[in-house]
Design a protein around this ligand. Sequence first.
Ligand code: SF4
Length: 463
Amino acid sequence: MRVLLIQPRPGAGAGYKSLIAVEPLGLEIVGAALQDHTVRLLDMLAEKNIAAAVQEFRPRAVGISCSFTVDVQQTLNVAREVKAAGKGVFIFVGGHHASLSPEDFCHPAVDAVVVGEGETTVPELMAALEGGGDLHTIPGLVLNTGEGQFFTGERPLLKVLDDVPPADRSLTAPYRRHYYLGLRRPFVTLETARGCPHRCNFCSIWRFYRGRVRFMSPERVAEEVQSLPPGDVLFTDDNFLADVRRAERIAALLKGRGVPRRRYIIQARSDTIVKHPDVLRQWKEIGLDQVFIGFEKIDQSGMEHVNKQNSVENNEKALHFLKSIGVGVYASFIVDPDFTIPDFKKLIDYVKRLKIAQPQFSILTPLPGTELFAKLKDRLTTTNYEFFDLLHAVLPTQMPLKDFYREFAELYRRAYLRPGHVINTMKWFVHRLLTGQLSLEHLKNLVAGVRLTASPFAYLKKV
Ligand code: SF4
């Protein structure tokens, strides 16, 4: 059976798209689980004409990924286009947001929502479509019927994560040069764990995975790393060091097997980094280059407010330690809608005092599926998901909205358009030029970086 998988991309709005474009890892994994079928993947990052693709490939089923709240509208647009182009095509939507808010896809262009882990549900769904089976008997689906939505029941999570098939990256081979993380290109992602043991109230990860954490074995991870296409590697695990012994073992395996050094990027919590510096040193030896850390707040009461169960002191210690061993830090901060001018000033002063080279600022957004959403949904100033890109206030602001946005944009300007940052970027540019490593793709990334700095201004003007 022919199955087309589609990755929609953000519309005109989302500001962070100039920072990162990641391969559709979830679809690559679902594609790998559909080995008995003929699968094609369309990444809207580089495609325009859905109708032509549907008419040429003539799929029986089309799966669309909707992992982020901000992508809901684009997902529905894609579904509508597919419906119009292909008569009788079965359209299903899956992914993180779709699983947490299937009601957003109670729409005539969508036939079903796959809730939870797609690599187990989708093969059963395809087999039933092909063989005329009853979809109501397949757990993990929300079926759109004439009378509304019908939930077929919860599908248990996979017990052993090694059972997840390795992502089929041949499906995205034509798009690989389009994926980047800031100035990093080529760039590849790898998932080695699912879930997080913590309970931050703005985060939906732990809810999506029903409070459980599962890991792939170190051996499986090492094997996959060895088979990855060239490029810097981002481990997409939300908390890569959640099991430090495993992280140690992976590093030992990669070193022991003589896997050529690569630049690795992980996401981790500062408390683990502070507690286990040797694991970070071990990873530095094999190529650890950058760590994403959710700093979130600059004072303890703020940390408690988001239930981070961590301390500002740990954040600062982790930053100093990583700097001392030559590992970069992406530090993300949450800007509350009730920020006033002194709060903005305190935040940027903090970033400057700690010499945080790559801070990220997001406006507190109650994303569907989070505790925060359950608590604050009645206070939302908009339910238009296009604004749920973390660069817009969707809760009432204390300051007049225009002033709030001006101060928010100013955070980026003051953090990035400062001499130290500009000089470092120039050094990077000259180094690449002198060593003959500067490509057109790198130049494009550089432009993307400049756009990132400017994007809050450009976009917020339209609000
Ligand atoms: S924000 Fe990070 S630490 Fe907190 S629950 Fe989510 S993944 Fe875990």
